[in-house]
Design a protein around this ligand. Structure first.
Ligand code: NAP
Length: 293
């Protein structure tokens, strides 16, 4: 049986790797902070002492880390995964990072005679636990097809976008819409709230209207309760908006609502909300508007 490596056991990496173990796969894991491997090791995965050791032991090497610098540390650094590769292996990065950061990793993986798939995901930690994230993949088509049965374990929908870094761009397109939608929802809700309307009812009506979406639907309860536990923390959304703005700049596309939303999120972070869910934009606007719920 093929061995599956998993590097990066944060909020997404833990449930996704646990799902591979539960599906009967032979999984080897590494995480910078070892204690975060407890759950997946208890489920049946093996621990390796470095990303290099994971790559030596495995045919498929998944990475799911915070950002580009983290991926570079885990793959290109001393004892990184690239040092453990031998020809024929497939490296799959599921983190959200930039095209330039991704290209550097691709170079090292190809130099080792292996293939690199870019496979960022769409969906939150709840979908990761349910095994229903959307997988946006690009890179070598044959490597994608070999990896598809594994993508089907961790994700509900699979999309193949092309032979290069297309999936990186698609992921940023989606996240900029998610972020700017939340800024719009914050403005709609707080305006109505200040005018005396009931927040829960406002959210329900938005969710069921022509502008309703899965996002406005599942954020309704969060906003109505005013408890912003991180399904997707604002610090990671800021990273994604900066990456999206970088793509816009590279292609000469002006993205003013993305810029404004990033600025609002940076303000939220400066007020200590960096680890809250990005829907904390509602609370930020309530505070700016003198609402104390
Ligand atoms: P997270 O909980 O913050 O976990 C980050 C992971 O990266 C941890 O395993 C962390 O290791 C590791 N890491 C950070 N810096 C590192 C370094 N220098 N070297 C090695 N490892 C390092 O993040 P997450 O929520 O799992 O998200 C992971 C990726 O998925 C991000 O790119 C995010 O944008 C994307 N994403 C997240 C969601 C979501 O809802 N959370 C949804 C879709 C996509 P330690 O444990 O040692 O800190």
């Amino acid at each position: 049986m093929s061995k599956i490596g998993w590097i990066g056991l944060g909020n997404m990496g833990i449930p996704m790797s646990v799902n591979l173990v539960k599906a009967g796969k032979d999984v080897v894991v590494w995480n910078r902070t070892k204690s975060k491997a407890d759950e997946v090791v208890a489920a049946g995965a093996a621990w390796a002492d470095s990303p290099k050791a994971v790559a030596e032991a495995c045919d498929f090497v998944f990475t799911m880390v915070a950002d580009g610098p983290a991926l570079h540390d885990a793959v290109l650094g001393a004892d990184g995964a690239a040092a453990g590769l031998s020809p024929g292996k497939i490296v799959i990065d599921m983190s959200t990072i930039s095209v330039a950061e991704s290209a550097k990793v691709n170079e090292a993986v190809e130099a080792a005679g292996c293939k690199f798939l870019r496979a960022p995901v769409t969906g939150s930690t709840a979908l990761a636990a349910a095994g229903t994230v959307g997988v946006l993949a690009s890179g070598d088509k044959a490597a994608y097809e070999k990896t598809l049965p594994l993508f089907e374990i961790v994700g509900g929908n699979q999309f193949y976008l092309g032979g290069g870094d297309e999936a990186r761009v698609m992921k940023l397109s989606l996240n900029l819409m998610i972020a700017t939608t939340m800024q719009m929802q914050a403005e709609a809700v707080v305006m109505a709230e200040k005018a005396g309307l009931d927040v829960a009812q406002v959210c329900d009506i938005i969710a069921g209207s022509a502008v309703g979406s899965p996002l406005t639907g599942y954020k309704s309860k969060v906003i109505a309760e005013g408890v912003y536990a991180p399904a997707f923390p604002i610090r990671l959304m800021i990273k994604d908006l900066k990456l999206a703005l970088g793509v816009g700049e590279a292609y000469g596309v002006k993205m003013e609502s993305t810029e404004l939303t990033k600025n609002r999120m940076e303000l939220a972070q400066s007020k200590g909300y960096g680890d809250n869910d990005f829907s904390v934009l509602v609370k930020l606007l309530e505070e700016d508007s003198g609402v104390n719920r």
